[in-house]
Design a protein around this ligand. Sequence first.
Ligand SMILES: C[S@@+](CC[C@H](N)C(=O)[O-])C[C@H]1O[C@@H](n2cnc3c(N)ncnc32)[C@H](O)[C@@H]1O
Length: 276
Amino acid sequence: MIFSKIKKHFSLFAIRLVEKRTIQKMLAENDQYLNDIVSSFVQLKSGQHTSEDIVVFNRCEAYRKSLLNNHTLISYEIFGQNKSMKVNEICSQATSKSIWAQLLYLVTKKNKSPYFLEIGTNLGVSGSYILEALKAKIHSSFITMEGVPQLCQISNNQFSKISSSEKYTIIEGLYEKTFAELLTTNVNFNILFIDGNHRKESTIEYFNNLKSNLKFPAVFIFDDINWSNDMKQAWKIIKSDLDVSYSIDMFKLGIVIFNKKINKSKAKHYYLHLSY
Ligand SMILES: C[S@@+](CC[C@H](N)C(=O)[O-])C[C@H]1O[C@@H](n2cnc3c(N)ncnc32)[C@H](O)[C@@H]1O
């Protein structure tokens, strides 16, 4: 346990040590999606945000704060579990921390016409950031998927304050049913955030099936790639997929970029450290 913690901190230190060189190499690729990741990363590291971004971040964090004061009980009956949790507990355990949600926001905002799919709506915290980024874009949409009906209601209530209902869809139901339905629709996603079911088989299944529904170029963002051995294995398989052009390992998040123009045998793999 202690040995693996030391190993982790040592490798993150090594990643930070060569960060400038890594960024230079990434920028030299001249790939729009890679550039968007790099400039979002640099902005977050420097903390130099525009006043518009600060207003958005404050608004989204005010929503998180309201959830942390909400003690409504949410039932997990849909998963066949006799379990319930308070909104404030769910918020502190399951939602993306601000820095990661801000990364999603910046990457989405830099995209000219983002068609965003999120697997894992939860309370709509990451979704709020994403919708804020889509707001001013005519050609864009946000589809997000969640099994727990009460969470869908809460998220819908929040999303309706940010955006008109044409911009977003919450697909309610268990992925075991709704995922197959999603694949029959004609939406070509170009940004995909996979944050629903952190099991190896499900993660790989989403990845493989969604690959054929992509609008090239496209970026997949996987949450919690080091959360379990299962997820570590899933990430290893994903980043070595033959269609992947670039991978960026941020320890918590794993990002892969697809760009048809890039020679498949020349996939490049980068490591960056933003936060724990
Ligand atoms: C980690 S949370 C998503 C957090 C959210 N993206 C954020 O950052 O604010 C994952 C969500 O996926 C939902 N989920 C997990 N497995 C599911 C399944 N098989 N079907 C439907 N929903 C599922 C859970 O109910 C939970 O709300």
